[in-house]
Ligand binder design. Structure first.
Ligand code: SF4
Length: 313
């Protein structure tokens, strides 16, 4: 079956098109940040699924300046897609991990092209404070401004197991510090984490719904080369979701979210070279089509089980 024109969930790309009247493309930038969960500030081991490039990042040569990366990324997307408007996306590692002065330099370079209409900053929820939020907020007057917080799971036991180095409370605190000011919030989650059931996934979806975050990026737990998770996988210490199981849990997850929450991603991409397992993830289109088909089969959609009613309210 082919993917329907109109999705049963609110794609981020559709949101951007509605906002800017045209398709907007993300340009991924590597600003050369580190991560406190890798450099020893919190731990030196990192999250068990994180590869040396900061996990889920696209490869960029961070010896190039941000301006150079931006220019090259924009020109590439212009040639490939005829793209005209762009969002600078600081993805690899922890992009608020530095002094205010340094962050200001990085962010202003990321916005230094006339066709950039927004900025998206990926970080950990324990790496923001009021000063950093104020700096990021200052861009929201002129640019579509997002912070992407890695949560992964709403279960603290899971966070400990995967060595996240932060708690669910840290995430809630970061969201409360950020929201209702003009900065949009996207949460990153991983489905199929070790020892988690579908109930954990639903709890995570419900937490995001209750906090009113603006968007979510959903990943499947996948094993990348040269990670702690790869060792665990090779030792048969963890199991991974099958494609059908993933499709089921993604659909369950979407049903819990408010219809207005933007869906930034439903399956990882760009990982083929370093992907160990599951191999079925390498055909992203097939996964997305299976999700469309499952929602159609259920006659379901994002928000089907979401209720904004406050008991007694
Ligand atoms: S917080 Fe991100 S960059 Fe840091 S160890 Fe975890 S996945 Fe890797």
């Amino acid at each position: 079956m082919s993917a329907p024109e109109e999705k049963r969930y609110y794609q981020y790309s559709r949101y951007l098109k509605e906002l800017f009247g045209q398709k907007v493309y993300k340009v991924t930038l590597d600003a050369g940040f580190s991560c406190p969960n890798r450099d020893g500030a919190i731990s030196s081991g990192g999250c068990i699924f994180c590869d040396a490039s900061g996990s889920f990042s696209c490869a960029h040569d961070n010896k190039l300046s941000i301006k150079e990366q931006l220019h090259i990324g924009i020109e590439n997307q212009r040639k490939r897609f005829g793209a005209q408007k762009f969002i600078s996306y600081l993805q690899a590692y922890t992009n608020t991990y530095g002094s205010i002065e340094h962050l200001e330099k990085v962010y202003s370079q990321a916005l230094s092209h006339e066709d950039v209409v927004g900025i998206s900053i990926g970080t950990r929820p324990d790496c923001v404070d009021e000063d950093k939020i104020s700096l990021i907020l200052s861009y929201s007057k002129d640019y579509e401004t997002w912070i992407e917080y890695g949560l992964q799971s709403s279960n603290d036991e899971t966070l400990r197991f995967i060595n996240r180095g932060h708690t669910v409370k840290d995430f809630i605190h970061a969201v409360e510090m950020t929201k209702n000011k003009g900065i949009k919030i996207c949460a990153h989650v991983i489905l199929g984490l070790p020892n988690e059931t579908n109930k954990d996934a639903l709890n995570t979806a419900r937490l995001l719904a209750s906090l009113g975050v603006d968007g979510v990026k959903i990943h499947l737990l996948c094993v990348l080369k040269n990670t702690k998770l790869e060792q665990m996988y090779n030792n048969n210490e963890i199991s991974l979701l099958s494609k059908n199981e993933y499709v089921e849990v993604v659909c369950d997850f979407l049903e819990e979210l408010p219809p207005s929450m933007t869906i930034h991603r439903l399956a990882g991409n760009g990982l083929k070279k370093i992907l160990v397992a599951p191999r079925w993830l390498s055909d992203k289109f097939e996964v997305l089509t299976a999700i469309d088909d499952e929602l159609e089969k259920r006659e379901s959609y994002q928000g089907k089980n979401f209720s904004s009613c406050i008991p007694g309210g």
